[in-house]
Ligand binder design. Structure first.
Ligand SMILES: NC(=O)C1=CN([C@@H]2O[C@H](COP(=O)(O)OP(=O)(O)OC[C@H]3O[C@@H](n4cnc5c(N)ncnc54)[C@H](O)[C@@H]3O)[C@@H](O)[C@H]2O)C=CC1
Ligand SMILES: CC(C)CC(=O)C(=O)O
Ligand SMILES: [Mg+2]
Length: 368
């Protein structure tokens, strides 16, 4: 199979973790006889440095022409420390999502058996956790009008029926293939947009009678995620709440460096770790590449390469079971970003027994 894959490494640790995911995709291509052609583009601070724009037109063209694309991370302290900067790396990512209509960000959260000891949460509370967050990605407060007044500032939050309906359908369809339970996370006691979410989602739920819907205020949901995460199956929520609650949920898995995501819409799709550019780790070969490698596995699912995606997840499981992990997941011995990538590549290429026998816990092929 021939596929055109866009690659946007971005800033900070982005290039390092993306390099490992590309090594893994190459190993898959070689083993299964596929041809993946890669087109690289700049986004974020590196793009601003080179062109003055956080998302140059050439980068957007690359994404539009790809079957799917991989994204690392954006962000640099020189912008984080300058609240008055006119052009910001984040604008590149937001524009990318909006321009390509990537309205649903799908974030699976898995408690791997081999990592239960890494979480500060009690093992009996998290063993078996398998949640998928459907986060709305192109609306809400991140995209509303924003600005300064004489003595303050504002960020508007708006949602249309259409924006809510289309992601709600995806969440219910996912739940149909899972444990048939959707939790809508909102703040409907306070926000008018959240009251609209409740109204629309309650209506849409009638089309999926076998799926149970309940709703939870986001402040309670943040607590429940720690207290009793096993109650969740599919979480459906707006842009900002989904951003926050999924970073929180990464504590269940043991590290933010472990959580992948798919950002899908009507055309091409983007695959991105949920973490940011982790500037403190840039160039040190310590960043965990697994979130990006698992994002590449979600990309393989999306391209219809299901066996290949399973093989990547088996190799990731093998690296976790064998303690071939970066320092964020290590109790004692830890390995570099590139060594973890090499291990996964070797697993795929050599089909080591340890890989073949590993359980597929991140069973993401049921998600998209
Ligand atoms: N999707 C994106 O590109 C995102 C970009 N950002 C940007 O990233 C920059 C840094 O933001 P932060 O709030 O520090 O978030 P961050 O996600 O970059 O890092 C937060 C913490 O998570 C851990 N972490 C993150 N990725 C890791 C990895 N691969 N391996 C091991 N540990 C990892 C580290 O302990 C780190 O201090 C900012 O400029 C921010 O705007 C933040 C979130 C998402
Ligand atoms: C620019 C931000 C919205 C990025 C982020 O935190 C995310 O998408 O998770
Ligand atoms: Mg985030």
């Amino acid at each position: 199979m021939k596929k055109k894959i866009g690659v946007l490494p971005g800033d900070g640790i982005g290039p390092e973790v993306v390099a490992e995911a590309i090594k893994v995709l190459n190993a898959v291509a070689e083993k299964y006889g596929h041809t993946f052609t890669y087109s690289y583009g700049d986004v974020g601070a590196i793009a601003i440095d080179k062109t003055g724009e956080p998302l140059p037109d050439e980068t957007l063209d690359i994404c539009e022409q790809s079957d799917a694309f991989l994204f690392g991370a954006i962000g640099h302290p020189k912008y984080d420390n300058d609240p008055k900067a006119k052009v910001r790396p984040e604008q590149g990512l937001l524009k990318l999502r909006k321009s390509l209509g990537l309205y649903a960000n799908i974030r699976p959260v898995t408690a791997y058996d081999s990592l239960l000891h890494m979480s500060p949460l009690k093992t009996e509370k998290i063993k078996g956790v398998d949640i998928v967050v459907y986060r709305e990605l192109t609306g809400g407060i991140y995209f509303g009008e924003k600005g300064r007044t004489e003595d303050g500032a504002y960020d508007h939050c708006t949602y249309s029926n259409y924006e809510i309906d289309r992601i709600a359908h995806l969440a219910f369809q996912s739940a149909q293939n899972r444990r048939k339970h959707v939790t809508l996370v909102d703040k409907a006691n306070v926000l008018e947009t959240s009251r609209l979410w409740r109204e629309r989602v309650t209506e849409i739920a009638k089309e999926y009678p076998e799926v149970k819907l309940d709703a939870m205020f986001v402040d309670n949901a943040a607590m429940q995620m720690i207290q009793n995460p096993k109650q969740f199956d599919v979480i459906l929520t707006e842009n900002m709440f989904g951003d926050i609650i999924s970073d929180e949920a990464s504590v269940i898995g043991g590290s933010l460096g472990l959580l992948p995501s798919a950002s899908v819409g009507d055309k091409t799709a983007m695959f991105e770790p949920i973490h940011g550019s982790y500037p403190q780790a840039t160039g040190q070969n310590i960043a965990n590449p697994l979130a990006t490698i698992l994002s590449a596995a979600m990309m393989l699912d999306h391209l219809g390469l299901i066996d290949e995606a399973i093989e990547v997840r088996q190799a990731v499981n093998a690296s976790l079971r064998n303690g071939m992990v970066t320092s964020d997941l290590a109790k004692e011995q830890s390995y570099g970003t590139d060594r973890v990538g090499d291990f996964i590549v070797n697993c795929i290429s050599d089909g080591e027994e340890s890989c073949a026998q590993s359980n597929i816990q991140a069973g993401l092929s049921t998600i998209i």
